[in-house]
Write a protein that binds this ligand. Structure first.
Ligand code: NAP
Length: 882
């Protein structure tokens, strides 16, 4: 089949090629898990379809990866199709983790059972795929048989199907045998009595090295980066997992679909600091005994995946285990990962991996100390020595995700645009399913979807179902083309970046981020927001009229509901969905006492805040009698600057307890004393009680600063919400009433004015927890309309010249957003140094829900930096607290 010439236009090529092309509704690349399930669904939906695969049989990744020891790392209870209960009962896995031959048999069994092979063209490589604008179809040229003309083109080419080139000089000079784990010969390799090298210690290396060591005369392992690995404990499937599945299969599968990983395991909810060392070790031992990747990655403690300190505790325990197995201390140290947090790089399940390095015929070469210079005719030469070899095995991985698409063949979309060019600076997709400019092209588990961060089978079924349901709905509605919009795609990129903040993947050089391929654009490719949340997003796209897609068809049929599907931060979205599901009555309907009780109850269910050096309760003199305070002292040696803090709660609710996690976190991050003031509440004490208490507390704390452990010099003031209002007012009063001196004010979502017609009050009137009607209620309880323009109630109406430097935080989905911004702008106009943080995707409580809204970390870090700048603190914070 001649390749299309560069001078041909897509239409010419389409017209020429399409004449004798195989005509189908849908063409699929790949006959692995995804391709097979797609064929089943497409056929049932009445579409004509063909799958094309270069392999000679079904299997996809399991067809190619036949290296010794190849197994799946997800338990067989979970790594199976779930679409047909009869299929589930017709197949029995023999072990907890299936071997590659068993999985291949399973896929062959599926192909036979549903008679799929008749729609698969094996041994056929697609050479080019070109969108024919005039025909509104894709034209595929192939190296074997007819071209294919299809309405829809689906890449089911996997995530790890394009092996990476060796990238080492001299490979062609080697006179011995060379193998790639990802392209292992089908009739096996004789290694007995040979001197073998394995380059690479990812999952493929970790699985194959023990098996190769058993056969080879000598095995030399060339390791660049050690990986975290822990035992698989293969054997029969665990009884409890099997029982859970068999008790209610449908429920088990439904839970898997809504879980974060596609495996229905409960995640740890306790934070590391809530557990004693013995409790942590006990959890670790339990996860170790389970021999399960998902258990070890999610069941230790809640902060293991997103927080460096929590992660370090897990990493240390895994490192300790390596030392306990590997006898030679130098080898043990070389095998110990120290350059990345546990889980940021794909960890491995191992069977005898570490013990293999105790064998007399095995040597580890640490490439960090002696890099490979070249491969020679006789073996491998590092910059210290030469190794004579008979066989070199490359377990060097894949050009993952994007490579699994771009390396299949050139894909030319609208206007001849190449997908490789569109992705030159990193993958751009909408939902990891589609790409703007490439109509009617779908990717199964593409970059931007949970894919390799999940049990692949669950994600494959979800994608195939979504795509086929979409094609059926289009057929029903008379549409023949679908394309993502640029706006939707850009929104998805932002959401991906927001989700990435919740993980530590940015701290590792991995194939997840493209760092393993020289020159590849960096960026996290799999969607890190979880399988369940992702599924609800895809479903929401549909329920909102295919939001972010342009649909078109014959006779001018067209529809485009443009927009971004997720504008909230991922964890804010989860919190708000959870609150919406609770269907709570409005807070104001409880009355003041009832609302206080409700909030106290809610706070009691929160995890305890992080430890600080000391927390003590005391009493200070308010404007009209004693007031309680709670002081948070950092663990670092004092004296420290003091921050006078005012809690939120609309002047009606809240106390030190309600803002306790925030104060602890800010105390740790800033290295400052936080004194949380228990000012009087409305309606018992109406305006100006709270404002006057705020000022009185400031004076008292200033006068007692040294006793409290404070550093000599000005105080700082901070507050959230109504507390931000009191903080702002306090600064004005301190300026006007002769002190004390204030170095800076941190105003987090402050109330600054008594008008309710700014856009944020309208846009965010409902749905974001703090509602407009709740704010009306707070104002009514606190302050009569006649008093509201008093600057002690509405500081925006006060004189702003000569106030301390300010850091003003506002959140996009907060009724108070615009008055916060107005205050910052007015301060700046009055000559006050002001910095603003306008937090996109956040809501009113984002920064104070410390352990729930993890995406607030970055904002709190910036707040702490601002406080330290205001206080002119120069010494760096200890690393762990940053
Ligand atoms: P990988 O995780 O990317 O590991 C490749 C290894 O080769 C790394 O140790 C890498 O070192 C090293 N390497 C790459 N280029 C090198 C070079 N030029 N010189 C020296 N060393 C080099 O690839 P993989 O082991 O094939 O696994 C890929 C993914 O496939 C896994 O993470 C997993 O998701 C999947 N997989 C799954 C299973 C299973 O389920 N059991 C089995 C195999 C694979 P650096 O780390 O320094 O780059």
């Amino acid at each position: 089949m001649p390749l299309p010439s560069a001078s041909q236009t897509p239409s010419e090529m389409g017209a020429a090629g399409a004449q004798d092309a195989q005509q189908v509704d849908v063409a699929v690349v790949g006959a692995g898990f995804a391709g097979l399930y797609l064929l089943i669904r497409l056929r049932r939906a009445g579409f004509t379809a063909v799958a094309l695969d270069t392999a000679d049989d079904v299997g996809g990744t399991w067809y190619w990866n036949r290296y010794p020891g190849a197994r799946c790392d997800i338990q067989t209870t979970d790594y199976s199709y779930t679409f047909d209960p009869e299929l589930e009962s017709a197949w029995h896995w023999s072990e907890k983790y299936a071997t590659q031959p068993e999985i291949l048999r399973y896929l062959g069994f599926v192909a036979d059972r549903y008679d799929l092979r008749r729609d698969i063209r094996f041994g056929t490589k697609v050479l080019t795929a070109t969108w024919d604008e005039a025909a509104q179809r894709w034209l595929l040229t192939t190296d074997n048989g007819k071209p294919v003309s299809c309405r829809y083109y689906i890449m089911a080419s996997g995530c790890l199907s394009a092996p990476k080139p060796p990238e080492i000089d001299g490979v062609g000079d080697f006179k011995g045998e060379i193998y790639f784990t990802g392209r292992w010969p089908h009739d096996g390799v004789e290694l007995a009595g040979k001197r073998v090298a394995v380059i690479g210690t990812g999952s493929s290396g970790v699985q194959s090295i023990p098996k190769i060591a058993e056969q080879a005369a000598r095995l030399t392992v060339f390791q660049r980066t050690p990986n975290f690995a822990f035992p698989a404990h293969n054997g029969p499937s665990p009884a409890d997992r099997v029982a859970a599945l068999e008790k209610d299969r449908a429920d088990y599968r439904a839970q898997a679909r809504m879980s974060l990983t596609g495996v229905p395991l409960e995640r740890a909810t306790e934070f590391s600091w809530q557990l004693s060392e013995a409790e942590r070790r006990q959890r670790f031992e339990k996860a170790l005994a389970a021999g399960d990747l998902v258990a070890m990655l999610s069941q230790l403690w809640a902060d293991q995946g997103g927080d460096l300190e929590g992660n370090a505790l897990a990493s240390d325990l895994l490192r300790e285990r390596i030392r306990s197995i590997v006898k030679d201390p130098e080898t043990a140290e070389a095998l110990t990962p120290r350059d990345h947090p546990f889980g940021s790089k794909r960890p491995c399940l191992e069977t005898d991996y570490y013990a293999t390095f105790n064998r007399p015929n095995v040597t580890l070469v640490n490439l960090r100390q002696e890099p490979i210079q070249a491969i020679t005719a006789s073996g491998i030469k590092t910059d210290r020595r030469s190794f004579d070899l008979d066989v070199i095995v490359f377990a060097t991985g894949f050009d993952a995700m994007t490579g699994a698409i771009t390396s299949v063949h050139p894909i030319a979309g609208r206007g001849g645009k190449s997908i490789s060019d569109v992705w030159a600076s990193g993958p751009k997709t909408y939902l990891g399913l589609t790409v703007a400019g490439f109509p009617n092209l779908f990717m199964i588990t593409g970059p931007g979807s949970p894919s390799v961060f999940s049990n692949m089978v669950v994600s494959i079924e979800q994608h195939a179902d979504w795509v086929v349901d979409c094609l059926m709905a289009m057929r029903e509605a008379g549409f023949t083309a679908i394309e993502a919009t640029e706006a939707a795609q850009a929104g998805w990129a932002r959401h991906m970046a927001d989700c990435s903040q919740l993980t530590l993947h940015r701290l590792a050089n991995t194939w997840y981020t493209g760092a393993n391929v020289p020159g590849k654009a960096p960026g996290l490719m799999p969607y890190p927001g979880g399988v369940g949340p992702y599924r609800t997003i895809c479903d929401e796209v549909v329920s909102r009229g295919m939001l972010g897609f342009t649909l078109s068809g014959p006779n001018g049929a067209a529809q485009c509901d443009d927009g971004e599907i997720v504008r909230l931060q991922p964890d804010v979205r989860l919190v708000l969905n959870m609150l919406a599901d609770l269907n709570l009555p409005p807070l104001e309907s409880f009355g003041a006492e009832g609302a206080r009780g409700f909030v106290a109850q809610f706070n009691a269910t929160r995890p305890a805040g992080r430890p600080v050096g000391e927390v003590l309760d005391g009493t200070l003199a308010g404007a009209d009698g004693p007031l309680p305070y709670r002081l948070y002292r950092p663990a670092t040696p004092g004296p420290h600057p003091i921050v006078v803090y005012f809690h939120g709660g609309g002047w009606v609710l809240g106390d030190a307890q309600s803002d306790d996690p925030f104060c602890r976190d800010m105390c740790r991050r800033s290295g400052m004393i936080f004194v949380s003031v228990g000012y009087r509440h409305a309606p018992e004490h109406r305006f100006p009680a709270a404002a006057e208490d705020g000022y009185a507390a400031l004076r008292w704390i200033g006068e007692h600063a040294a006793e409290l452990g404070g550093r000599p010099g000005p105080l700082l003031v901070a507050g959230w919400s109504a507390g931000g209002n009191i903080a702002a007012v306090t600064c004005q009063l301190a300026r006007d009433r002769g002190g004390p001196s204030i170095a800076g004010q941190l105003l987090v979502n402050p109330v600054t004015d008594c008008t309710f017609d700014r856009p944020s009050y309208v846009e965010n009137a409902t749905g974001y927890f703090l509602t407009r009607s709740l704010m009306y209620w707070f104002w009514d309880l606190y302050c009569s309309p006649a008093d509201r323009t008093d600057p002690r109630a509405s500081p925006l109406r006060g004189k702003l010249e000569g106030l301390p430097a300010a850091f003003v935080v506002t959140c996009e989905f907060d009724p108070l957003r615009d008055e916060g911004i107005a205050y910052a702008e007015a301060l700046a106009a009055a000559g006050v140094p002001v910095e603003q943080l306008q937090a996109g995707g956040h809501f009113h409580s984002s920064f104070t829900m410390v352990d729930v809204v993890a995406t607030g970390v970055d904002g709190r870090a910036k707040m702490a930096e601002a406080l330290r700048r205001f206080a002119e603190v120069e010494e760096a914070m200890p690393k762990a607290a940053e």
